[in-house]
Design a binder for this molecule. Structure first.
Ligand code: MN3
Length: 201
């Protein structure tokens, strides 16, 4: 199967002022597009070309590193765009809110743990909220790895991922990753995260 770049469901400037339009344009149109193109190249003519992205992730240790990096990049960014949105932010509700309170004590504690996971990830990577063994778990991963991968430290179904690569924030926030991690809560679409939570349960 040919992998393709999913269209954004909102305008490039829809996440302003928290994430600027130019960052979104380059991030989606250049970075994510490059992961898709390089994944297709890496898979061309191989057994992995017939696999879904999820199947590749589950068995990623048996594929070349280009599939791990670009397949992860494609999956992670597709997830990322889907859990961001305009007129978002606020707090989760319903079953997801209950699970967060049960596991972390409060929504504020979850935000703190996610922000710390992202801020302390050395170099490039992601912060994750994952359903692992039926429970919510916060972790981070290097590069374009994710919790679906068989090599992940915390394995499970990711319901929220925050990109902490410099390309995600450098134009607006420069070296201030913690400021980006503070602002991003204003554009998290908790309804989308709750749908993933339901799907992953
Ligand atoms: Mn990115």
């Amino acid at each position: 199967m040919e992998h393709t770049l999913p269209a954004l469901k909102y305008a490039f400037d829809a996440l302003e002022p928290h994430i600027d339009a130019q960052t979104m344009q380059i991030h989606h149109g250049k970075h994510h597009q490059a992961y898709v193109d390089n994944l297709n190249k890496a898979l061309a003519g191989s057994e992995g070309a017939d696999k879904s992205l999820e199947e590749l992730m589950a068995n990623i240790s048996s594929y070349p590193v280009a599939v791990r990096n670009n397949g992860g990049g494609h999956y992670n960014h597709s997830l990322f765009w889907s859990v961001l949105g305009p007129n978002a932010g606020g707090e989760p509700a319903g079953d997801l809110a209950n699970a967060i309170n049960e596991t972390f004590g409060s929504f504020d504690t979850l935000k703190e743990k996610m922000s710390t996971a992202g801020a302390t990830r050395f170099g490039s990577g992601w912060a994750w909220l994952t359903i692992a063994d039926g429970k919510l778990s916060v972790s981070s991963s290097p590069n374009q790895d994710n919790p679906l991968m068989d090599i992940a430290e915390v394995k499970g179904f990711p319901i929220l991922g925050i990109d902490v690569w410099e390309h995600a924030y450098y134009l607006k926030y420069q070296n201030r990753r913690p400021d980006y991690l503070k602002a991003i809560w204003n554009v998290i679409n908790w309804e989308a995260v709750a749908m993933r939570f339901k799907a992953g349960k």
